[in-house]
Design a protein around this ligand. Structure first.
Ligand SMILES: Nc1ncnc2c1ncn2[C@@H]1O[C@H](COP(=O)(O)OP(=O)(O)OP(=O)(O)O)[C@@H](O)[C@H]1O
Length: 233
């Protein structure tokens, strides 16, 4: 079995008398250290999938195994521990704490990791060693996302999950962020899963999983992915 494995995973939402089958039996795998993209239109189930993988929600069927751990069988406390220490999150709107400066935002995450990196080292790795004392309100979107990447990686998680990480950025800054994510994932040996509706980045990923209406539409493996700089947005 590969590092990350989804086996017939299902998630149905119940709202009143209505049922929405957000994931209808999804199966795929991702190798350790792969840079994978989950691609699909709005409503295809991408966020649902990421929430299950990140331990923020539970499936109603199937199995999710990550690094030998069956997270679908985890108790509440174990799932919280998994979410805190094994998963790094990067969100579209950064989700930084506005009252803490950039360094403090990253350092706070370092304190919850099992074997964390130094916050200052991470700030340097994302090219923000000169912005450590800046508050979120004093930074550009691209800088905020770089802080968010440093925060996600500093706790030394097993996997990095990114939900539309370039959704709020212009195309040049978006490319810079994706290229940073890819470089950091290679440098620090992390498995990365990016959820997006932007098909342009597919050729730059090691693996592309296409979702439609809660089902897998296709899976593509790129043995020689192009660099992010070559992506035509
Ligand atoms: N908490 C919820 N309660 C009810 N229905 C939900 C809930 N969350 C998602 N859904 C529904 O499940 C389906 C999949 O939603 P999901 O957010 O996973 O899609 P998505 O591909 O991430 O979309 P987007 O790109 O617009 O964020 C949609 O039809 C959505 O309306």
């Amino acid at each position: 079995m590969e590092y990350l494995n989804f086996q017939n995973v299902k998630r149905t939402y119940q709202t009143g008398n209505d049922e929405v089958r957000a994931l209808c039996g999804v199966s795929f795998d991702i190798k350790e250290k792969q840079f994978a993209v989950i691609l699909g239109p709005s409503g295809s189930g991408k966020s649902t999938l990421l929430n299950l993988l990140g331990g923020m929600d539970r499936s109603d069927g199937g199995q999710i195994v990550m690094d030998g751990m069956d997270i679908t069988g985890f108790s509440g406390a174990k799932l919280t521990d998994y979410r805190r220490t094994d998963v790094g999150f990067v969100f579209q709107f950064y989700n930084l704490i506005p009252t803490l400066n950039a360094y403090e935002n990253v350092n706070m995450a370092a304190r919850i990791g099992r074997n964390p990196f130094e916050a200052a080292e991470m700030m340097k790795a994302v090219g923000l060693e000169k912005r450590m004392k800046h508050f979120p309100a004093e930074m550009s979107g691209g800088e905020l996302q770089r802080v968010a990447i440093a925060r996600a990686l500093v706790k030394n998680p097993k996997i990095l999950l990114c939900d539309e990480p370039t959704g709020a950025l212009d195309s040049e800054t978006g490319k810079m962020i994706l290229s940073l994510l890819k470089r950091m994932s290679r440098e620090y040996g992390k498995t990365v899963v990016i959820v997006t509706h932007n098909a342009a980045i597919a050729p730059a990923a090691d693996k592309v999983i296409r979702l439609k209406d809660g089902k897998i539409e296709g899976i593509q493996v790129n043995d020689n992915p192009i660099s992010m700089e070559q992506v035509v947005w």
